[in-house]
Design a protein. Sequence first.
Length: 158
Amino acid sequence: MRTMKKILAIVLMAAVVVCCTACGLDMNKVKGDWTVETAAGKTVEEIAAANGVDIASVTMNATVTTDSFTLSSATGSVTYKIKVKGNGFECIDDFDNVFMTVAYDSAKDTISFKLAQPDGTTFDYVMTRGTADLTVSTGSTAEADSESYEDYYTGEAE
């Protein structure tokens, strides 16, 4: 009887492992366009107002496809290959290193990730579906080639 219970327990544990392995992110739910809702807990509007710059200077858009993740800002864009993992995906750089991990929250329909800033701090970014205009209006105090959008999130822009 004891041996039978042990065998049953092992079979049940194996079934759980197989079921958990089969669970993964459905990329069809994540594919599409996203825009920053918050960075370091602040909205892009709050960040722009605190720095006296155009909102487009401090926002980012992302496009998720089956095999890539592209981040775009007023200063340019960068694309990463992706590898699906659990409830998100890893962004892989040109040297096959994991640059960052993006998580998908199906209940809120958001994606989030941590991104290192130039000063060494790390900010949490939350993105919602959609895109924002990345065109910096003329007369804005933000120069596209003088400061990066990360500087505006950290408040280090001059």
